[in-house]
Design a protein around this ligand. Structure first.
Ligand SMILES: C[S@@+](CC[C@H](N)C(=O)[O-])C[C@H]1O[C@@H](n2cnc3c(N)ncnc32)[C@H](O)[C@@H]1O
Length: 458
């Protein structure tokens, strides 16, 4: 059988699950990714994208189902771009993530036997997110929309009726706000024409404190309209602690405000991760799964195994949550992040918790590491939690020069971790242990905590 053409239907045996959640089948050695197909299944799929080395196909029929296939809970599956693995039993989802992480370290990193020692699952595979961003828009018929984006169509929105990622209350708020805004004739924002008022509704929930914030992002100041909208839709603010209106006048489609109007309560909520308290405002960065974040941070604390005397450098520290988690076990911690707002939050939160051994600086991590090396500073442990692209290539030789005994790399991108592993090995680090943490059930995202030890003899 030759390579199938676009539009052609093929019968495939699915051998594996790709990073991203697609089933992998092969025609001879030619790889075909099938959305929604699971390993062990025989399926009929129709090719819709054909490249030199691979094709992508739509699932037409499952001829024999995997024992791990389940009925998705949400009626918006598979349309919604949020959950891509809801058709797979949760325990198997998490195991696949561990296998994918191991596979990336083997294929990209060149490790024969990657030391992935543990998988930490989420205890709450649904209703775990403490933040959700819902988008407003306008349908072709001119109807106000409020919902999420369909898979592969970030420019489009579908009307959301239910969602199991945050809470029942959030889905109810989406329905009520949409209905009321529509009744009031408030215009949704048109992403191509850049017209209309309502852009986003962002809900934050303190999973450990039961506090809730609603942020309506508009294209211009709309304190009066947003106040009226919320009062009419919700009428009793009993379980909403904070309502704000953020204003984004720019074309960039982000739920971030240049300034903010306070509509109700305080402009922040409080959330706890472990025994650390965080004050979170509308534009603060915060780990989105409070319940599993504590397990991720505990994994870092465990790998660092500090005894109270250590100096720790937290690169890409964000709002300082990793530094705070380590603050009782270490002597002194320095955190650095390029986002001024994140560092402001980190300083504020250290005060709120009475933590006195953490210092935070707004700097580029690479520049700061260079400065520290120039000053002859030494650290016992370096933690790095870089964004998705991974470490800046110039950072790797600097980490080698710094030669701290332990480097803990927190990664949200296994292929970047695997690539950086190869570089870190070159400069003298040995990978000792990797823990896979499933922070985002139902989605393909994988988080890992990797312990490297400096061993120049490599
Ligand atoms: C994955 S987040 C880390 C979150 C952090 N561990 C926390 O819990 O708040 C990555 C962070 O890297 C920061 N960042 C991105 N590029 C940077 C750079 N060149 N130098 C310093 N920080 C950077 C971002 O602002 C973001 O806070």
């Amino acid at each position: 059988m030759g390579i199938p053409k676009k539009g052609e239907r093929v019968k495939l045996k699915i051998d594996d699950l790709a990073y991203g959640g697609m089933g992998i089948g092969k025609v001879d050695e030619y790889v075909i990714f099938v959305e929604g197909a699971l390993p062990g299944e025989e399926v009929v799929a129709e090719v819709f994208k054909r490249k030199k080395n691979y094709a992508e196909a739509k699932l037409i029929q499952v001829e024999n189902e995997s024992e791990f296939r389940i009925t998705p809970r949400c009626k918006h599956f598979p349309l919604c771009g949020g959950c891509r693995l809801q058709h797979l039993d949760y325990d198997r989802q998490a195991e696949f993530k561990k296998e994918q992480l191991t596979g990336q370290l083997r294929q990209i990193g060149g490790l024969d036997n990657p030391p992935v020692s543990r998988l930490i699952k989420s205890e709450t595979p649904f209703y775990y997110r403490n933040k959700m961003e819902y988008s407003f828009g306008v349908s072709r018929e001119g109807q106000l929309q409020l919902g999420l984006h369909p898979r592969r169509s970030f420019g489009k929105i579908f009307q959301l009726d239910e969602c199991y990622l945050q809470s029942e209350k959030s889905a109810e708020l989406v329905r009520k706000i949409r209905e009321t805004a529509s009744g009031m004739g408030l215009p949704g924002y048109h992403v191509r024409k850049h017209t209309g008022l309502l852009r986003y509704m962002v809900i934050r929930e303190g999973k450990n404190t039961n506090q809730r914030m609603m942020n309506i992002v508009t294209s211009e100041s709309a304190e009066k309209q947003v106040g009226e909208l919320c009062e009419t839709a919700i009428n009793d603010f009993g379980d909403i602690d904070s309502i704000v209106n953020n204003i984004n006048t720019k074309k960039a489609n982000i739920a971030y405000g240049e300034y903010e109007n306070l509509i109700h309560g305080e402009p922040y909520i409080i959330e706890n991760i472990g025994d650390i308290k965080y004050k979170i405002s509308a534009n603060s960065f915060f780990q989105s799964n409070s319940l599993t974040a504590v397990k991720l941070f505990n994994a870092v604390v465990e790998q660092a195994a500090c005894n109270g005397s250590e100096r720790v450098l937290d690169l890409y520290c964000g709002t300082g949550s990793i530094a705070f988690s380590m603050s009782r076990q270490a002597d002194k911690l320095i955190g650095v992040d390029s986002e001024e707002a994140a560092i402001e939050d980190a300083r504020l939160n250290s005060e709120l918790n009475g933590i006195t051994n953490c210092e935070f600086y707004v700097r580029d991590s690479l520049d700061y590491l260079n400065i520290l090396i120039g000053q002859g500073e030494r650290f016992d442990v370096i933690v790095a939690d870089p964004p998705r692209p991974g470490l800046h290539p110039k950072m790797i030789p600097l980490l080698g020069r710094m030669a701290s005994p332990k480097l803990i790399y927190v990664s949200c991108n296994p292929s970047a971790l695997a690539r950086d592993y190869a570089g870190l090995k070159e400069v003298g680090f040995k990978l000792e242990d990797v823990i896979c943490v499933d922070m985002f059930p139902q989605t393909p995202h994988i988080e890992a905590v990797a312990l490297f030890k400096y061993a120049q003899s490599n």
